[in-house]
Design a protein around this ligand. Structure first.
Ligand code: THU
Length: 179
C-alpha cells in the first residue's frame, strides 16, 4: 500500500485548525489513510466538563467507521483481525477496494499534529484506540518519520487477551436479553 504522507500531514494540519480547544489551547488534528484508500480526519473537541474531552484520534476512528463501506447491520463483524494477532498488512480483511459486504474499515497510516503543524504523539488511550483500528503494524508519523504502532504500544492488551482470559463459564448474553 502506498501511503500519501504529504496528503495526510496536510489534512491533519487542516483538521487541527478546526479543533475546538478553548480550555487547553492545544489544537490537535489527525488524518488517516484507510486500507481502501479513503482519507479520514478528526480534531479534538473539548468540553467545560474537562474529562469529557474527545481526542482528535477519537474523531478520526469514528469517521473511519461512520464513512466506511459496511452492510446494513454489521452485527456479525468481529474486530479487525490485525488488532489481535500478528503484524497487520492492512488489507487482509476484505477486497482490495474495501467495499465488500462486512469489510471492517481499517487504518494503514495516521498523521497527528498539533496546531504548530508538527507531529504529536498520540496519548496512551488513543494508542489503544488506534491499535484496534489498524493493528500493530499501523504506521504513525513522528518527528523522526513513520514508525509502527507496536513500537509506541508494546505488549498491548487486545481482543485475544479478552477471548482467552474471560470467565470460561460465562454465558454470552443475547442481544436484547437482560441478565
Ligand atoms: N489530545 C488529542 O487530541 N490527542 C492526543 O493524543 C493527545 C491529547 C488533546 C486532548 C485535549 O483537547 C488537548 O489535546 C490537551 O490534552
Amino acid at each position: 500500500v502506498s501511503i500519501d504522507w504529504p496528503g495526510l500531514r496536510t489534512a491533519a494540519v487542516a483538521a487541527a485548525a478546526r479543533a475546538y480547544a478553548p480550555y487547553s489551547g492545544l489544537r490537535v488534528g489527525a488524518a488517516g489513510q484507510a486500507a481502501d484508500g479513503r482519507l479520514v480526519t478528526g480534531c479534538n473537541v473539548e468540553n467545560a466538563s474537562y474529562g469529557m474531552t474527545l481526542c482528535a484520534e477519537c474523531g478520526l476512528v469514528s469517521a473511519l467507521h461512520a464513512t466506511g463501506a459496511r452492510h446494513a447491520t454489521g452485527a456479525e463483524d468481529g474486530p479487525a483481525a490485525g488488532a489481535e494477532d500478528g503484524p497487520a498488512d492492512g488489507a487482509e480483511d476484505g477486497p482490495a477496494d474495501g467495499s465488500g459486504a462486512g469489510a471492517v474499515p481499517r487504518l494503514v497510516a495516521v498523521a497527528v499534529v498539533a496546531g504548530d503543524g508538527a507531529p504529536l504523539l498520540p496519548c496512551g488511550r488513543c494508542r489503544q484506540l488506534l491499535l484496534e483500528a489498524g493493528g500493530p503494524g499501523l504506521l504513525v508519523d513522528t518527528d523522526g518519520g513513520p514508525v509502527e504502532l507496536d513500537a509506541l504500544l508494546p505488549a498491548a492488551f487486545t481482543g485475544t487477551d479478552l477471548a482467552q482470559r474471560r470467565d470460561p463459564q460465562r454465558e454470552d448474553p443475547q442481544p436484547g436479553e437482560s441478565r
